[in-house]
Design a protein around this ligand. Structure first.
Ligand SMILES: NC(=O)C1=CN([C@@H]2O[C@H](COP(=O)(O)OP(=O)(O)OC[C@H]3O[C@@H](n4cnc5c(N)ncnc54)[C@H](O)[C@@H]3O)[C@@H](O)[C@H]2O)C=CC1
Ligand SMILES: O=C(O)CCC(=O)C(=O)O
Length: 368
């Protein structure tokens, strides 16, 4: 009785079926099979375990998708880290991919394959919603945050050099073009999600030219979106205000340069779920989009059947909405959320539960 009450409560949806007009999916199902093809990068560490969970759940839910497995191992072309041609071909043909985490060596070796994918496919906006999961108690109830991170430049442009031993320079690159496309996407997303405020998070008191340009572009674009109220907030204030009372942002979308977005979104995951294991994301481009969990390859728990596949599953739900497969998205989302709400025996260790990756997956399949 109690469990079924919880189950009824948790079907409140995390994701809206309404999609922004920028970055729309233009793929078509294969005329022979009637199924869509989606490129699938399983990734490193816990990647194969959480990817198996998604595949098993999609098969059980009879989602009309055929996954095409692609390997994204680092390739050096003229000294530049590149994506293997076969993977590029698959993703450029299918126009959509689901991706497990890819590990990056610290301080040496190839550049991040995650950043290389974003750069290669022009995935300019990183959409990271963080919402409380009903039935799992954290410090705050009803956290509902949406952050959009610029995804191609800023400190992640990778322009670094040693001037003399002991003196290193790292250049934060901000361009009008990249700022404009991500901010326009953020306005559009706010409109589609019916969130009336757009908050530009910045530090233009200090980074006067770079963050200053980002803020100026947001102000210039405002006349195109009279229904959305533009606000600006310094990054340090945004952190303090969000941890003090996240409910202040439930009607807003925040948009910010790359590094601020990376850090803020992990904080939002902690506030909404207390774990990185729940937070999904979409890397949106004009032609191609790639959906992935916010978390990394979690080498500390890899290969132990302990990882929480929810973040990748919710990323796949975002992907299904993006592709217009709203009913399948809602079915999988509901099954995942009701499983988490059913109690600690159904939750993985990061959510103080006792379930393994595989027993959690079985529990979701039973609820489809
Ligand atoms: N987009 C991507 O593919 C990303 C890749 N990375 C890479 O991942 C590797 C590991 O990075 P870390 O800093 O350790 O961050 P991480 O996100 O992999 O792990 C941080 C902590 O969260 C836990 N965690 C993460 N995902 C979980 C899940 N699904 N279920 C249960 N617990 C989970 C881990 O066990 C660890 O304690 C690095 O090589 C990093 O470069 C990091 C962030 C994003
Ligand atoms: O590529 C990496 O190693 C880290 C990427 C990252 O921080 C992210 O996806 O948020």
């Amino acid at each position: 009785m109690f469990k079924s009450q919880i189950c009824r409560r948790v079907v409140s949806r995390m994701f809206s079926a309404k999609q922004p007009s920028i970055g729309k999916f233009t793929g078509r199902p294969d005329p022979k099979t009637g199924n869509f093809k989606v490129s699938f990068i399983e990734g490193d560490g816990i990647g194969p375990e959480i990817s198996k969970s998604v595949k098993d759940i999609f098969a059980a839910a009879k989602v009309p998708i055929d996954f095409e497995s692609v390997v994204v191992k680092p390739l050096l072309v003229n000294g530049v880290t590149s994506i293997p041609e076969e993977a590029q071909k698959s993703i450029n043909t299918n126009l959509v991919a689901l991706k497990g985490p890819l590990a990056t060596p610290v301080g040496k070796g190839h550049r991040s394959m995650n950043l290389t994918l974003r750069k290669t496919f022009g995935l300019f906006a990183n959409l990271r919603p963080a919402k409380s999961v009903e039935g799992f108690k954290t410090i705050y109830d009803n956290v509902d945050l949406v952050l959009i991170r610029e995804n191609t430049e800023g400190e992640y442009a990778g322009i670094e050099h040693a001037i003399v031993p002991g003196v290193v320079q790292s250049i934060k690159l901000i361009t009008r073009e990249a700022s404009e496309r991500v901010i326009r996407f953020a306005y559009e997303y706010a409109r589609a999600a019916e969130r009336p405020r757009l908050i530009v998070v910045h530090k233009s008191t200090i980074q006067r030219l770079s963050d200053g340009l980002f803020v100026d572009v947001a102000k210039e674009l405002q006349s195109e979106f009279p229904d959305i109220k533009l606000e600006t907030e310094l990054i340090d204030n945004a952190v303090l205000n969000t941890v003090s009372d996240p409910s202040k942002y439930s009607d807003a979308v925040s948009v910010c340069p790359n590094l601020y977005g990376d850090i803020l979104s992990d904080m939002n995951s902690g506030l909404s779920a207390g774990s990185l294991g729940l937070t999904p994301s979409g890397n949106i481009g004009h032609k191609v989009s790639i959906f992935e969990a916010v978390h990394g390859s979690a080498p500390d728990i890899a290969g132990q059947d302990k990882a929480n596949p929810t973040a990748l599953l919710l990323s796949s739900v975002m992907m299904l909405h993006h592709m217009g497969l709203h009913e399948h998205a809602a079915q999988i989302e509901k099954a995942v959320l009701t499983t988490i709400a059913a109690g600690p025996e159904c939750r993985t260790g990061d959510l103080k539960g006792t379930a393994s990756t595989s027993s959690f997956t079985e529990a979701v399949i039973k609820r489809l």
